[in-house]
Design a protein around this ligand. Sequence first.
Ligand SMILES: [Mn+2]
Length: 261
Amino acid sequence: MPTKKIDFMQLPLALQERAAYRFLALPYEETTSYLKGTSKAPEAVINESHNVEPFDLGVNAASRGIKTQWLNNPEEYNIEGQNEGRSFDVIVGGEHTLTYYTALKHEINTLFIFDAHLDLYNEYNGKSLAHATWLRRYIEEKPGVEVYVFGVRVGSEDEFIFANNNGVKINDALLPKGKKIYLSVDVDALDISAMPCTSNPEPAGLSWETLFGISESLFSRNNIVAADVVEHKPCKELPQFSYAVAKLIYRLFSLKEKYRG
Ligand SMILES: [Mn+2]
């Protein structure tokens, strides 16, 4: 739980009460294998979020309210009482495993993921549900949902075979259109220089321009019902990267506001 009890962008309380948007802080970290610390991301991002400019892409999503809520575990995530179109959640991890739980709460036909990795291991360090296996578990449960993973540059042979056998679209330039989408952003989809502060950084990744550009294409052509931003591992000496993640999160709210129709 946070030591400093502040909210995303420190919006006035009145704005939070009838908020159109929710920032769900979920510091869930159980299976991180390389660089640990993703559980610190929600607090670090909130601490840097005061620097985010609310007027973005010609709209002001913050003026319609962003409510910050803390969750202890992914199973607590609840969408009851939410009126689709008026409300939009960004879940802020924590490790990627949480997407297994949060995406399952939404009725969707497409899951779009930015990630350097496929997360399609059958088992990882003896665990059947972990940051490197969650997508395989999700596909087994929801075989009808179309899955895109963009930014992929690492994976085992077995993961690629599973992806191929299950129609997973990897780095497909043809983006979905007219779909109901849950969007998951693993920040390691970004190049290691653009985002060194993540638990599994990889070279030769996406630029911020590409991540923002493809995100805008997705929001402009589809109904994005919810999103998450995961795997940020704050760097103590480089708080500007937590600011960049705060900016990314706010950009998702701005895109929803701009294309809410
Ligand atoms: Mn990843």
